[in-house]
Design a protein around this ligand. Sequence first.
Ligand code: TH1
Length: 808
Amino acid sequence: MNSSEKQTKKEAFKADYINKIEEVSGNCLEESSVLKQYQALAELVMDEITTQWAKINTQYNKHQTKQVYFFSIEFLIGRLLKSYINNIDMDEVVTESLEELGLDYAAIQEQESDPGLGNGGLGRLMACYLDSSAAMGMPANGNGIRYKYGLFEQRIINGEQVEVADNWLKNGYPFEIRKPDKSVIVKYYGSIHSENINGSLTFIHEDYEPIMAVPYDIPIKGYHNETVNSLRLWSAEPIDGFDLPTFNQGQFLYAIRQKSEAESISQILYPNDSGFDGKLLRLKQEYFFVCAGLKRIVSHYKRNNSNSVDGFGEKICIHINDTHPAMCGPELMRILMDEEGLGWNDAWKMTVSALSFTNHTVLPEALEKWPINMMNKLLPRIYMIIEEINRRFIEELDACYPNNIERNHSLSIIKDGQVHMASLSIVTSHSINGVASLHSKILREETFNGFYQVFPERFHSVTNGVSPRRFLMRSNPKLKDLLNESIGIEWEKNLFQLKKLSNYINDPVFYEKFDAIKLANKFYLADYITKHIDISVDPNSIFDIQVKRIHEYKRQLLNALHILYLYNRLKENPNLEMAPRTFIFAGKAAPGYYFAKDIIKLINAIAYMVNNDKTVQDKMKVVFLANFNVSLAEIIYPSANVSEQISTAGKEASGTSNMKFMMNGAITLGTMDGANIEISEAVGPTNIVTFGLTSDEVFHYQKYGGYHSVDVFEQDPRIQKVMHQLVDGTLGFGLNFQSIYDSLILYNDPYFVLKDFNAYSDAQNRIDQLFRNNKTWTKMSISNIAQSGMFSSDRSIADYQREIWEIK
Ligand code: TH1
């Protein structure tokens, strides 16, 4: 765009914008509120995108392009306005125009609610994958639930987590289009009877409870290209709204109850990350978006294919994101047989060929298993089909492996009174993959080893990735500009090009610019911290950051205990030589996970003690930021020096914040777990600090015993002191962390916190030394960015495309 083109665009934009403001607010620009300014801008952007959307959909239909559909119970998309504007290449025009109109662009963006339709990595991964698919011009869409309330808002009151409902729709949401004409009826309960119609057995579902699924579509705009894909989120509503005859008979309360029971299905996101809680409502949710989504996909396919499902398995990829959508298998079978009239074998071939499955965790407590009775009652036809899938599967196994009856039966989808959703997913999909190389290995060798022996060819590995558009270009614009001026702009479309940074690896001028950007980003976060929790932190200190869901396996506790130990060291030796440190935490605990809530309380208690102790003021600070979400994440990653990735080895399937930190130049301080291993391979041992037990060692202890936390405790006076402080009132009058003490000592420290303490403390010393050599640190930092290409979600999507969906 040359400057006269830009001028023309700006004039046109300003005129349109002023009109739009009048249209949405009934006020002129000068009298409009910031909310209305935001809504007008959002609508203007939507006008532009929907035009392109219509165009590309026509093209997809005409060419019968192979389509991917991500089925996921979570999509954590983050704010969209600014991304849309970037993606349609209007950022400069908008920024300059708004400034000329005297408006505050940043404040306008702050008006957008951040849809919290996910818990953490799983939901955010889907958002990154949608972003990458669109950026690469690949037709891939999302299918999920439009929760009325997203993940709760976290407040910290008196050092403890308090949950507040997240009413993200309160001012409406400008980026969705409600499509009532595409509604689908989802059937629950009732009974199935079979009839012989024209010589073939037909299954009829009777006395069911119908719920209306109404879709809302959100456009997913590709970066600087023509692509606009769709994220379809389903909302549950009663059929035809209020039941008028009932209402007239005066049964008003009954009518209201029906309505709210229907709506309850899409009312709220379950707040458990990597956990399973076998509630009936959750099972309803799982079937809800599976049934509605598949119904629409099949009818759309038929419309473009002379009303036939022929070729469905070759043209449609249904990707199941963990096991929450595992009923895609039986539901697709049901549609193909009961509604399309296919026989079992044809339907089966089509189903397996369409389906693929990604597993995201090996934590046993997260693996979904539904009681037979619950499923049979709520979804009688689905349960019937699962039984038949299982019967045929076991029969085939027994025929193929007659000497292996015991193993065959251990693979049963239905056993111990439960339906095993991971087994169902594996049997109904042609591909199953883990999310990092170690994780995939554990799936093959441990978790799903029995299935691996039967279907070795189905097992794949695709390491997760994150969107460089959101987590680098959008969140760290200064770094983006520096990269563009140094290595050109090709990296924006191919992140591997960041390798070109190696030309600057010893360039003092580049170092200076780079350090200045990191410092500016740290000032920005420091400002945020002061504004929100009134703690002043030193931007020249090491920003040592752990942000993620609070979980025992993620070991925020290890970090906290080490901080306490460092504090003790400083109290003993106020002249201790060390680079000043700011320890920053953020993350939510599941509301019913009391231990995780105790960890939050502990961190805040330590923070209070440390931050109010004048004798350690210029050496350390501890900060817990409330309500970690995508928007806060975008402020945090660019400012980090140290990325804490300290999960118990073997427990974190991949992790994705490790990649977001790395892309922004933070040094990983991590265990050999999940994608940390691949990060370590990419950057080499001099550009990362690793420590602790390996997953093999952890497995060995878990299987054969031999670890006694009390021995570690008894041999290490540093640990003794810290442990006593948990319970002796040091952390505040009446504050007692007995539950934590007991877990570590009485219950033998199931996550090996004490076992890894010494190694972690050494690793932290190493970080301190490295940071104090400014040149070394900057070099490490730049090397991390240079090697982050592999962790772009564009690379992940390319891998999926090639190995799993087989799209040319
Ligand atoms: C996470 C994994 O814990 C994390 O390691 C991984 O990077 C991320 O998924 C993306 O692959 C998971 N989140 C959930 C959430 C639920 C159930 C299972 C998992 S695994 C609700």
